[in-house]
Design a protein around this ligand. Sequence first.
Ligand SMILES: [Zn+2]
Length: 558
Amino acid sequence: MAYQVLARKWRPKNFSEMAGQTHVLQTLIHALENQRLHHAYLFTGTRGVGKTTVARILARCLNCEKGITATPCGTCDACREISEGRFIDLIEVDAASRTKVEDTRELLENVQYAPARGRFKVYLIDEVHMLSSHSFNALLKTLEEPPAHVKFLLATTDPQKLPVTVLSRCLQFHLKNLSPAQIVAYLQSVLIAEQIEFEEDALWQLARAAAGSMRDALTLLDQSISFGAGRVESVSVASLLGTPDFTLIFLLIEALAGRDGHEIVRLLGLAAENNPDYQRLLEHMLSVFYRMTLAQMLPDAVDNSEGDRDRVIALAGRLSPEDVQLYYQICLQALQELTISPNRKISFDMGLLRMLAFSPDVFMAGSTAGEKKKPELSDSDRSSDQIDVPVSDDSQALDNLTVDLTSTLETTVPDLVAESVEQIEITENNVPEDIDWYTLVSRCNLTGISGNILWNCVPVVATVAHYALVLDENQSALFSPDHPAMIATALSEYFGRDVKVDISIGQISMETPATRRRREKAEVMQALHKRFYEDHGVMALVAAFDATIDPESFTVKN
Ligand SMILES: [Zn+2]
């Protein structure tokens, strides 16, 4: 038996087999069941969404020998002949090839005669907008006074080109583009029935390429089957479609989340072997960061239209919201640089290395003793619409993106660079003696009331063995005589030697560590507001969801 292309073999023969278009089908089914039939139907929509398929099914519904029905039997002569394209009372015309007025006249000449076999004489005119104005006039005359035994089923991709006089005499149905999920589900059912092995990821690639057209999807599926020697696999489909392998993007973001510089460099090398389309890779990466942000703010809003919902949500849980925002910005910048860069690979690689270099904890580790911890994203954080941003030096990161490739590599994957870079390890035991009071207080990690007392003190004497402190009188209510000894213990542990501490209570005109922390928090909050309101990603979210931003919901983590 000759091979039949899938698009033809799997053309639905009744409404229940169709993918999507339920809004159209329900109306038609309701009309058929209630015998409320119109004499002219117009089906609109882009190519391959099922316009002529719906029209052919409707022709069967009208002519099935078992009676007018929404569920034609499929076995009577009329049903079978219609699906085989040889039913004498279904007159199919492709207007794209018959546009002359004579053609239409000839076509409509026999309209007055009763159908030869069926209940109705059905005229199916595809691409009806291609008819000439004379042809439209000939058609219009019939539409104005249609004989009871005639039905017109018109289909077009371009209803705007139809005269209003024709439009107004038709019952119009708009068929929507099929979503990737609808296409994947249909392709899956076809492949399972055909007993052909497949990888789901490959089907999502085909669905994206088909851009809403089921016919294109089935045609591409046909090609993939022969290209992949009977199997539909992700790699061969990517190569057939000429699309970059987007799984690379996920692998790169996973490596970023794991702060794995070696893996990133390895993946970049691997990617370069295929001379990929770097622009499309960056564009896809942007869309993944966007979906990750969505997952962090509104997990329910992440659909599976790209077939990667679970992966996006899993990754969103591994990175903090500020990481994702920063990566989005860096990715956008890399995309802009791509157009002016003489070497697209370097632009792409630089983007990834910057993301690694400016990840808040990597950045902090490279610049201080590394005690800053990556902020944990708790469940309550994720479900509320708060955006937590740590108080840290990484607010500088966005302003400091001009780093050359070598220095970026030095920060991120030092052992990959040429000559060795001298590493100075700062530990608690060799912190410089002239450390400033604020830094000392914050590194002491003293909590509770004694910690609070310390944060509200300023030193008047600071020697190797003795600190004389003044406690802000406004904060002295909870002070007890035990506190100097507790603070002395903390400072002694920090310096690794005995330190004596005296505390007196007094009026303080200078900034205490506590007031400085409040001031810096307020400044960070102000900068955060500015960054947030100027952020393209945030504004896109606001526009997409018609959202409003509640500035009161911003919080800053310590
Ligand atoms: Zn039938």
